[in-house]
Design a protein around this ligand. Structure first.
Ligand SMILES: Cc1ncc(COP(=O)(O)O)c(C=O)c1O
Length: 400
């Protein structure tokens, strides 16, 4: 599909550099956004890049009343060779379509998803922070826009993509966080939409999150809905524990989001020869394991924070310290390995990075251009979309 690119005033490099110095997660956005509509007759149509701007949707739009919405969160990283690359964008495209299917929404398909993301990041490439200073967080979203009240599947949708530079997800950076173990409220129930990345799941997590903050914790850990016995996940991250030298994470039960970072860590761990298990993990096993010294590390993983060490769990008002509140060795190893792959200081052996080719025109009307300020951009060749990042000398991640 040809993406029309509107003329948009780009921020100057100096303005962007100033913003890069004070990055709070999710507060700063790049100059442009992608938009594309769907209806039953035309399917996805009119893909375009326009200025980042408010949306005009009817107050009766389905998304505003019944939360027919799905989204993704992925990142573009600045690499040490100056290039910009996306981390596992194909997997985010697949997950968006799986989420959309559960919410009765039309699939975007990997081709349109990748083209939208590559074109937007290419045009707004100056917004990707320097190596080590952060990354460009990308938020593809589909919303139901049909203007009609009544609980039913909508017949009109908008797919949009926005992006913005981000620093650390947790204001404290890569430091152990305090986790509140939620035993009253649940995030998602079996058979519902927990495995989908959809707004309703996050709405359900707000009150428990507020309770966690009120108790001096940084994040909330949800337990299973049936028994309140087994670990599920955090509000926006999956959870791992190192138990007797085995890397253990809750199995994907249907109510847990299948994290792409989670999958990456499991693959890295296996490549290191570490034993991994995806299974039921009870809170009891964790608390007893910490007391007995079998549970040596707990950490969370997700796109926003990559890897976050967990320093303590608050269970029924009692704080249980993990690894004496220090960052565990494997936690540090996974963080270093993933950020090394992102930045291009470690070999991308899994071919997870895709370089964003520098080819889009900025939309600036050249002197001799026709009067129209919208022009089509050639579709990037498939090879450019899929090309793996150039490999560099491998530096082995070691288990310390
Ligand atoms: C509820 C939830 N769990 C887990 C994750 C981690 O998923 P990923 O690693 O794909 O970002 C996220 C973030 O997307 C999330 O929102």
């Amino acid at each position: 599909m040809r993406i029309a690119i509107s003329q948009v005033k780009s921020s100057s490099k100096a303005e962007i550099a100033k913003k890069h110095q004070h990055l709070v997660f999710g507060r700063t956005f790049s100059d442009r956004m992608f938009q594309c509509e769907w209806n039953p007759d035309l399917g996805w149509h009119q893909p375009r890049i326009v200025a980042h701007q408010p949306l005009a949707i009817a107050p009766s739009a389905n998304v505003l009343h019944y939360a027919q919405q799905v989204f993704e969160g992925l990142k573009a990283h600045r690499r040490v060779d100056g290039s910009i690359a996306l981390f596992r964008a194909d997997k985010h495209a697949e997950r968006l379509d799986r989420s959309a299917d559960r919410l009765c929404m039309p699939a975007v398909g990997p081709e349109l998803f990748l083209e939208a993301v590559h074109t937007l990041v290419d045009l707004d490439r100056d917004w990707v922070p320097p190596v080590g200073a952060g990354s460009l967080y990308i938020r593809p979203t589909i919303i139901a826009t049909e203007a009609a009240l009544g609980v039913r599947v909508a017949s009109n949708y908008l797919f949009f993509v926005i992006a913005g530079p981000v620093g650390p997800y947790f204001p404290k950076g890569f430091k152990p966080v305090k986790i509140f173990v939620e035993q009253q409220y649940v995030r998602a129930v079996p058979g519902s939409i927990g495995f989908a990345k959809s707004a309703g799941n996050y709405a359900a997590s707000l009150l428990p999150g507020r309770n966690a903050y009120a108790n001096g914790c940084d994040q909330v850990l949800f337990l299973d809905a049936r028994e309140r016995r087994y670990l599920e996940e955090l509000g926006g991250m999956n959870i791992f524990a190192v138990i007797d030298d085995t890397l253990v994470t809750p199995a994907l039960s249907g109510s847990i989001l299948p994290g792409i970072t989670r999958d990456s860590i499991l693959q890295i761990a296996a490549s290191m020869g570490l034993h991994t298990e995806e299974r039921l993990v009870s809170l009891d096993e964790i608390v007893k394991g910490i007391e007995q010294g079998d549970v040596t590390e707990i950490f969370a993983a997700g796109t926003a924070a990559v890897v976050t060490p967990i320093g303590s769990l608050m269970v029924n008002g009692t704080t249980v310290e993990v690894n004496h509140g220090r960052v565990g060795q494997l936690t540090q190893t996974f963080y270093d390995h993933l950020t090394g792959i992102h930045q291009g200081t470690l070999s991308d052996d899994f071919l997870w990075m895709t370089t964003v080719a520098s080819k889009a025109k900025t939309g600036k009307v050249p002197a001799k251009a026709k009067r129209t300020n919208v022009r089509a951009r050639k579709r990037p060749a498939k090879a450019q979309v899929k090309a793996p990042a150039k490999k560099i000398r491998p530096k082995q991640a070691t288990r310390r």
